[in-house]
Design a protein. Structure first.
Lengths: 363, 394
């Protein structure tokens, strides 16, 4: 065993691996989401209606997408605080550039993605090349964009863009059995989630976790750290752009659209068991964290928590959830250290710790 | 139609006044001065006064509602009478919502008229961007370095702005306050529409008249702690309670995403019969939540913002557009004109405030055709230069 050159790809049966995975914070978030869902259905059986569940999933998609984007930045050891401002800027851009002219939908989308990529590029280069902490860079970007949006709109809503454009975030495939409608936003989330899982199995995904865990080691191993992190920021801004497109469809143009999204996305990532500071966590857990967060808010609504109290309850629950997640990571970590090289409790298949371990063992 | 509704509203309002008179345990958390039902945001005397003012007769020409006022104390301004153009200094709270943006345009167009007439030389404006601190600094700057002949102040908040307004009064120059008030009677005039209670009474009575006892209303409120918004809700909540309407309030920050989620969740929890809003910004998102859920439209009160009026007509829902008279933005500069002419003006200048009903909706939609969604139907600038272009390009 100790002389083996390559580690086995998986250890144990699928059931055993699943059970073990659920004990890590990255897996437990799925259990948490399920428990919250059951609690909501018990508190108000109307929520069990498949139609309203699928709509709930549809409207949570933008947050889940933003959380997956934020995941790349956090797992690489950085922060992206500019997300909400990017969303607001894109929403206003959609309202002003596309307006009621359907011929401008495609050019509008191109412009929005170009702007999103540019913002990510600036965030990434300022962090990696200029060595400004990402906390400061993205905070500055947030202020700059917020100011720009205020300047353009004066702080109030402009007109909504055309209904055809809004259909991306508001419409869906109709006439689907059982659920009635399949929101486009949910389909977009599923496609992006598949893409994210695939990306995490590519060298890019493996290296970005390694960079988050130990940037110095990754650099000695020949990784272009600056370009990896910059790409993470670009992914984050692009995911905020997609969230913006979905939100402007869902609700319409207002400079306040997206407010609190940087907080929501980071919270979702942390609830999903991704370690702040980088190097640990699963991308789908970030998306599941977004669902758990929204389910929690829905539960508070369902229980009739008064509006004045709601923020306090949310805040306390988030602190508790993050504290528990942190404890449980430490708990799963210690025995493994003592167990030597061969892990007795491996996390789920595409999990970062394994990837990183493979790299170091290869080196 | 309008008359009968008014009568009904009056009857229910009268009933609630009687009810309020005999119940003592209604608002249990009313504070330490037992027996008094007033809370921070609900003063029974103000409620009663605004309730009466809703049906009062206003002085002046009905075609110029921005110059109409309720009979009351007048300020003698003969000491200010003087010739020649004057410099006005305007400390604005913000232009961060469509209501204020619309009014701000109207004010600038009114300024143009007065400049051409040689009444005002220039107006220097400082925008406090919703900050008390900034506005205090703005007012002090005007006092010390502004070289102002008159002050116009739209306070950001009531208590915090009072000392700064008092300092402005001490200069001996005319001080005109409008929209939100301050806790001093030193200004030359305080201009405002009837007020938040009147809004709350109009809207809650409309919902009560069009709903059954036990029906469920979702109240969408922008944020807590702003007097002109709190009083709207305080009055409405009282009327809902007294008529057996189950109202739940939620804070939205005027964010359409939040509004739509709140309304969607409420619909999922159980039937929603009515929507009440303390401001119309975001009304469309609330209506869309009903469309997307595939359920019947609610009975709804929004505001005279064009987006709501248009959606209201398109959907044919049972609705009312309460009005917080946007044309009040014309009045301060006209008051300055009267002050320097030495004409007496109302000390508290209460402007008319009447909702747009389904009957007169068509008229207001036609009059404001081509205006952006964030425009307010009762902006009162149709006879000003630049109409309609100035309000369309924003």
């Amino acid at each position: 065993m100790s002389t083996q050159v390559t580690l086995p790809r998986y250890e144990g049966s699928l059931g055993r691996r699943l059970a073990l995975a659920l004990r890590t914070p990255g897996g437990a978030v799925f259990v948490l989401a399920a428990v919250l869902l059951v609690a909501i259905v018990v508190s108000n059986p109307n929520f069990a209606d498949p139609g309203s569940l699928i709509r709930f999933a549809g409207r949570t998609a933008p947050i889940a997408i933003a959380a997956m984007g934020q995941y790349y930045v956090i797992v690489s050891g950085e922060f992206d605080l500019s997300m909400a401002a990017v969303i607001a800027a894109q929403v206003v851009l959609a309202g002003n550039f596309i307006g009621q002219d359907e011929a401008r939908i495609l050019p509008g989308l191109v412009v929005m993605f170009a702007v999103g990529a540019l913002i990510g590029l600036i965030n990434g280069l300022a962090t990696t090349i200029l060595k400004v902490p990402s906390f400061i860079v993205t905070l500055g970007m947030m202020l700059a964009l917020t100011g720009l949006v205020r300047y353009v709109t004066g702080g109030a809503a402009t007109g909504n863009p055309s209904d055809a454009f809004r259909d991306i975030g508001r419409g869906g495939i109709e006439g689907v059995p059982v659920v009635g409608i399949l929101p486009f936003s949910l389909l977009i989330l599923l496609v992006l989630a598949a893409l994210a899982v695939w990306l995490m199995r590519r060298p890019f995904g493996r290296s970005i976790v390694a960079v988050g865990d130990n940037a110095e080691a990754a650099r000695y191993a020949g990784t272009a750290v600056w370009w990896l992190k910059t790409r993470a920021f670009i992914i984050s801004s692009l995911s905020a752009t997609v969230a913006g497109i979905l939100l402007v469809g869902y609700a319409g143009v207002h400079p306040s659209v997206g407010s609190g999204y940087e907080f929501a996305a980071i919270t979702a990532v942390v609830i999903g068991g991704v370690v702040l500071g980088g190097g640990r966590g699963w991308v789908l857990s970030a998306a599941a964290g977004a669902f758990a967060l929204e389910l929690l808010f829905l539960l508070l609504t369902s229980l009739g928590v008064p509006s004045t109290w709601r923020s306090t309850v949310q805040g306390v629950i988030i602190i508790v959830a993050v504290a528990l997640a942190g404890r449980s990571w430490r708990a799963t970590r210690r025995p493994r250290r003592r167990g030597g090289v061969a892990p007795s409790t491996p996390p789920p298949p595409p999990s970062p710790p394994r990837a990183q371990r493979q790299e170091t063992s290869d080196a | 139609m309008r008359r009968t509704m008014r009568a009904g509203a009056l009857a229910s309002a009268a009933a609630l006044v009687v009810l309020a008179g005999c119940s003592t345990d209604e608002i249990s958390d009313s504070g330490d001065d037992g027996g008094n039902q007033d809370t921070e945001w609900f003063v029974q005397a103000d409620f009663d006064r605004q309730n009466e003012q809703r049906d009062a007769t206003f002085q002046g020409d009905e075609s110029e509602p921005w110059l109409q006022y309720l009979e009351g104390d007048m300020t003698d301004t003969s000491e200010f009478a003087s010739e020649g153009p004057k410099k006005v200094c305007f400390a604005n709270a913000s232009i961060s919502n469509p209501w204020r943006q619309t009014g701000w345009i109207t004010m600038q167009q009114q300024l143009q008229v007065l400049q051409e007439q040689g009444v005002i030389s220039e107006m220097e404006t400082r925008d406090a961007q919703d900050s008390d601190d900034t506005q205090i600094a703005d007012i002090d700057y005007f006092i010390n370095e502004g070289n102002c002949d008159a002050f116009v102040i739209s306070p950001n908040s009531t208590a915090a702005m009072t000392p700064a307004v008092e300092r402005a009064c001490e200069t001996g120059k005319p001080v005109v306050i409008f929209d939100r008030g301050v806790e001093t009677d030193c200004p030359t005039t305080f201009i405002h529409p009837i007020g938040g209670y009147a809004w709350g009474i109009d809207t809650a009575n409309f919902l009560v008249d069009n709903l059954e006892e036990g029906d469920r209303v979702i109240a969408l409120r922008i944020l807590p702690g702003v007097d002109v918004l709190e009083t709207r809700w305080a009055a409405a909540e009282k009327i809902f309670e007294e008529n057996g309407i189950e109202a739940e309030d939620h804070f939205t920050d005027a964010d359409p995403t939040k509004i739509k989620q709140i309304v969607t969740d409420a619909i999922n929890q159980g039937q929603v019969d009515g929507i009440w809003m303390d401001a119309g910004d975001g009304a469309v998102a609330a209506i869309e939540a009903f469309e997307d859920a595939g359920v019947d439209y609610p009975v709804m009160t929004g505001e005279d913002e064009m987006s709501f009026l248009r959606k209201w007509e398109e959907t044919g829902l049972t609705g009312l557009a309460p009005v917080y008279s946007n044309f009040q933005w014309r009045t301060p500069l006209l008051a300055v004109q009267k002050i320097f002419a030495g004409e007496e003006i109302p000390t508290e200048w209460v402007l008319p405030q009447s909702p747009i009903t389904e009957d007169d909706r068509g008229e207001y939609l036609a009059a404001n055709e081509g205006m952006p969604d964030g425009h307010y139907a009762k902006f009162g600038g149709e006879d000003l230069p630049g109409f309609p272009q100035a309000w369309q390009d924003r």
